[in-house]
Every structure is written in C-alpha cells, then in structure tokens.
Ligand binder design. Structure first.
Ligand code: ZN
Length: 421
C-alpha cells in the first residue's frame, strides 16, 4: 500500500513535470492592438513566441499559430523589452540618503539586499536589459547581481555590468576627510600606466563595459573639470577594445566630451554643457550621447525646485544642449541615470526626452533598437523572428502619448511571462 502510494506520487510528479515542460515549450500567440517593432508601428499585428525566441511577427491573419496558446492583450501596444542605458542598481534616490552616506555608511550586504528590489522593479517596469554604469563603492556587487539574475535566484533584467568604474586620483568622491587621511572612493582610482592594469583588472572581474570619468566636479570652484588626458583615454579605449569591451565616458564639459570622442569611446554620459561643435564631432566619430535628463531633473527637485516653477539654470542649460545634440544628429541612447531617482520609474526619461524636443517614436527607438545597436546586443531590441522573446505590452499607444510607457500590462523575459495585469 505504502509503495503504491509512492509510485502514484511519482507518476503524478512525472505527469506534472511533463505538463509544465509542454507549457514551457508550447508556442504563445500574443495579440495586442498594435506592435511597435523597435522602428515602426504596425496596427493589427500579432507576435508568435516559442521557447525563448520570437518566431513570427506580422498581420494577425498571416501568422500560422495552430496549437499556440493565445494571450489576448486588448488595448495595448506590444514592444521590444526596453533597454535602460544608464542605471546604478546599487544606488537609491539621494533624497532618501545622500550619495556620500550610501557609499560610506551602508554595508554592502544592505546595498545588495536593496538592489534586489531595484532589479525586480526594473524588470516589472518593462526594462528587460539594463546597462549598469558603476557600483559606486560596492565593488563588483553589480556583477554578482547579474549572476544571481542569470541563475534565477532573483528576478531582474539582463545586466551589462561595469564593476567599480575608473576615476583619476583625487577627482572623485566622497571628499569628506582631510587630505592627510586615505579616503574611500566611490570608484577605483588609476592614472597613467596604472590605468592599463586597472582596465584589465575590471574586465577580469566581470565588467562588460569599462566606465571612465573623463571629467568631474573637482574644478577650482567645484565646477566640472577634465580628469584623464587624451592619451590616457586613448590607452584605456585600446586596452578595453582588445578584450572586446566598449567604453562609456562620463563627461559634461566640452573638453571632456571632445577628448572622449577623439579617444573613441562608444557613449558619452550626460553631456550637459555640450556645444554644437562637440556634438558635431560626436556625430562624425559615431559616438552616441546618453543624456540622462531625468537625473538632473530629479536632483533639481531634491534641491527644492518644483516643476511649474521657473527652471533652474542647470535645466535651462540641459534643454539647450539636448536640443543642440538633436540638431547635430548625434545618436541618442536612452538612459536616465536611474538610482539617482527610483528604480522602476525609468519611464521618467522618456517623458523628458519628449518634453525637451524628441518625437515619441524616436524616444522609443532609442530605448529599443538604438540601444541594442549601440550596445552591440544583436539578439534583442526589435520584434522580428529569431530575436529573444523579451517583450512588454503597455496600455495605449506610446508613439502618440509617451507616458503610456508607464502603463505596463505584461512583461515577458526570455519567453516567460513575468508580469501580467
Ligand atoms: Zn551615473
């Protein structure tokens, strides 16, 4: 009797696991109102997914989907899973805890525990990939998070990690101690020949991208000033490239941006004081701008400004430089510097891109096909057969009303529905 029960149980388990396997390997037909494929909008399209891949996309009547489970998504636009271009999963908003205190006083285990929430919030907001540009004092914790997500231990987006990031000696914070004391830093210092070793060390530690600070607020009056020489930047790019790693350069001064562009970085982050001349250089050199509009917008609010009030000089300048970048035809990648503001609120960057002069369709292209191309992710960022089934459905039409990107109805990662409202 007892052995029979166990055998029954085993049979039941086998049946259950078989049905789970069937469900996993069965095809799914997604039927939204329309599809944004990463480039254009198509009314009445449907998308067929099998296992982890998109196998068909086109007019609903043209897709042979016999036997597929149908997922009705009325009222929605189905898009490629969005790609956040500039996050810090190890940071939380500065109005909760100032950056210095996060770096100096929060134990790394606390930061990682919080970052697991950030990773989940990112994925649930429809961002299925994130380029995480520096752990800000948390070493290689971003690489660890990436592994935890890959191994299914925690939910989250696919992560491109940068590790600790690299700054010149003396330029980066926190700057809270007298210079007589060795000070902890939010990134790893390296100069001259040492830079070669540190770029290699970070790649060896798991960095998918090398993040450098080409300027920082260490100028004479706490303004931004250049850090690495052009030669140092060239060397870092060459060393990174020989290991197949692209470089992202933080730069907001024209000279920091100019050096970065001449050195051959792939993206320039922020670009706040960019001039028409430097944006033309970026366009000529094929260097993309990650404008991080939302970060400055958030920091201005932490300092007391409220939207609707006259804009502080920082925002006025940012609007003008973003406009100049658009006019120069610079490739714009989507990236908000999320972490400065709340993870999961990534769509804030979309709203500002449009408010500052970009067409909604172009902002959506940035966060999908453009980011995928610039980040060399050929398996995602578009809806077409053979690409990864990383998808998001939002209520409404974001090509008309960009804030529809907030109205997430369904998220699919690697062919599995991870959110459905
Ligand atoms: Zn950043």
């Amino acid at each position: 009797m007892r052995s029979f029960s166990i055998r029954s149980l085993l049979v039941l388990c086998a049946l259950l696991s078989a049905s789970v396997l069937r469900a996993q390997s069965g095809a799914l037909l997604l039927r939204p109102d329309r599809v944004f494929d990463g480039t254009d909008l198509h009314e009445g399209w449907a998308v067929l997914v099998r296992d982890s891949l998109i196998v068909a996309a086109g007019p609903a009547s043209s897709i042979a989907a016999a036997g597929a489970r149908v997922v009705e998504l009325p009222g929605t636009t189905l898009m490629p899973g969005m790609i956040e271009g500039h996050s810090h999963l190890l940071l939380h908003p500065y109005n909760e805890t100032p950056w210095d205190d996060q770096v100096l006083r929060e134990p790394q285990a606390l930061r990682v525990a919080r970052a697991t929430n950030h990773a989940r919030a990112t994925l649930m907001a429809g961002f299925t990939t994130t380029r995480d540009l520096g752990s800000e004092g948390a070493g290689y914790a971003d690489v660890g998070l990436k592994l935890a997500i890959q191994q299914g231990i925690i939910p989250g987006p696919r992560v491109l990690a940068a590790g600790p990031a690299i700054v010149t000696t003396g330029s980066y914070g926190p700057r809270v101690l007298a210079p007589e004391f060795p000070s902890p830093r939010g990134a790893q210092e390296a100069d001259g020949d040492e830079l070669v070793r540190v770029v290699r060390e970070q790649i060896g530690g798991g960095a998918d991208w090398v993040k450098l600070y080409a300027d920082y607020r260490w100028g004479a009056t706490d303004t931004s000033a250049t850090t690495f020489t052009l030669q140092e930047l060239r060397t870092a790019v060459e060393v990174a490239a020989s290991a197949g790693r692209p470089v992202a350069a933080h730069a907001s001064t024209p000279e920091g941006m100019r050096r970065s562009a001449l050195a051959g970085v792939t993206t320039i982050e922020h670009g706040d004081a960019g001039t028409p001349e430097v944006f033309r250089l970026m366009r000529e050199r094929g260097v993309a701008l990650c404008p991080t509009l939302a970060a400055g917008h958030a920091v201005s609010q932490y300092r007391g400004w409220r939207p609707g009030q006259p804009e502080p000089p920082r925002i006025v300048r940012k609007r003008a430089s973003f406009r100049a970048a658009l006019d120069a035809g610079v490739t714009i990648v989507f990236g908000g510097d999320v972490g400065v503001f709340a993870h999961g609120d990534n769509a804030r960057e979309f709203e500002l891109m449009v408010e500052y002069g970009m067409r909604p369709l172009d902002a959506l292209r940035s966060a999908t096909s453009v980011n995928a191309r610039v980040f060399n992710l050929r398996d995602r960022g578009e809806i077409r057969p053979g690409l990864l089934a990383d998808l998001v459905a939002v209520t409404g039409d974001p090509t008309r009303t960009i804030s529809a990107t907030r109205a997430v109805r369904m998220v699919m990662l690697n062919g599995a529905i991870v959110r459905q409202d």
